[in-house]
Design a binder for this molecule. Sequence first.
Ligand SMILES: Cc1cc2nc3c(=O)[nH]c(=O)nc-3n(C[C@H](O)[C@H](O)[C@H](O)COP(=O)(O)OP(=O)(O)OC[C@H]3O[C@@H](n4cnc5c(N)ncnc54)[C@H](O)[C@@H]3O)c2cc1C
Length: 425
Amino acid sequence: MTKRIVILGGGTGGTLTANRLHRHFKHHRVDSEEVEIVVVDQDNQHLYQPGLLFVPFGLAHDQDIVRPRKKQLQHGIEFEQTGIDHVDIHSDTVYLENGRELPYDVLVIATGARLATEETEGLTGPGWNEKVFTFYDLPGATALEEKLAAFEGGKLVLNVVDMPIKCPVAPLEFCFLADWFFTERGIRDKVEITYATPLDGAFTKPVASAALSDLLVEKGVNLVTEFNTGEVDGEGGKLIGYDGREVEFDLAVVIPLHSGQEYVGRSDGLGDDLNFVPTDQRTLQTKAKENIFAIGDATNVPASKAGSVTHFEGDVLVENIIKFLDHKPLDEGYDGHANCFIETGFGKALLIDFNYDTEPLPGHFPAKVGMPLLKESRLNHMGKLMFQWFYWHALLQGRDIPGIGATMPQHGKEHPTPTPEGASA
Ligand SMILES: Cc1cc2nc3c(=O)[nH]c(=O)nc-3n(C[C@H](O)[C@H](O)[C@H](O)COP(=O)(O)OP(=O)(O)OC[C@H]3O[C@@H](n4cnc5c(N)ncnc54)[C@H](O)[C@@H]3O)c2cc1C
């Protein structure tokens, strides 16, 4: 007899979870039984998604950011390449599109988020991949590279349809890189760049939002806030908001609404209305059933949908799966830690570090001496570029990255001084 852990999704979260669990269960049994690990994914192409930001500007290409999925999994982990039809949480069985039925003792949902382009009227209608693009998938980012290289000037609009999205800072990074790109091409004065967001500022958290708004002003990027896109008119060249406001464009780069995966909706009791999986934000056990855990973009936890979050969640998730199988109480240790480099163009980047309770603050990371927080620097830019190496060689392999752990470091952060009235200065 063996115990079986099935991991749905072999992206960032699924791969690092499988490799960490494999390393542990190579040497440990559960109730005297061996543990087998099966990872299911619909394809064999693991995409380093942060690299998508650089593709439209000719700074990265598909061969730089895609590797075989199966090769990222340690020897001894089974890889099943097929789509998921549905999960029957009552009989603890996954039904796969290739007809296989996979009973499990523990299930991990790591299937990420889906770009729900069909939810926005006109988005993929006339003008799609001609005047209206997204860089959130590889075909879109590649098509946009050609378009940007040939763009001679006009109105470039970057639009986020609605939150939550993967890497909420990536659209801002796109604006900053567009400023750099058109400056390099000598046509910056011919390009009007606008960022249209559903938020009331450049970002979700106040201190970072103020800093990023200042950067947008510095780089000559217009900011349109509280814009909820109802329709994209590709032929007419305008975004139409639900409130009737219009934003004109010659070239629109749109981040579509995100949802969970469709199979979640076909799995009775697993997901919410958007097919995200309700999950305890500290233990990462789902609300659906105690033997189902979730990680990364697939969950509904109020952390950013980011690879860094997925990485930090992995530490707690793996510990908790081991505890669950050992009949021990779960650790409530995930604090919402997120950590993101924000590329700002001209060889510089910002770094932000935050969790459920602490917003991104200035200072240094991970301690008083370290990388500058909320401040442009070349060091941060180098960190952003080097991160790809860590991704393939440490993060996916489930190895610890020195100085970077699941718990957000407090040392080095400059907290606002409280005023006598109790408000923050
Ligand atoms: C443009 C862009 C830039 C980004 N930049 C950053 C950054 O700088 N820093 C950062 O931390 N994060 C960044 N991210 C976010 C980061 O890539 C994701 O948050 C992270 O990959 C989430 O991991 P995951 O395992 O939850 O999902 P994923 O890595 O997306 O994996 C999900 C997997 O599930 C599989 N799957 C889905 N549905 C099915 C199905 N029905 N059947 C079978 N398999 C299925 C998919 O094929 C995929 O392999 C960025 C994302 C984008 C799009």
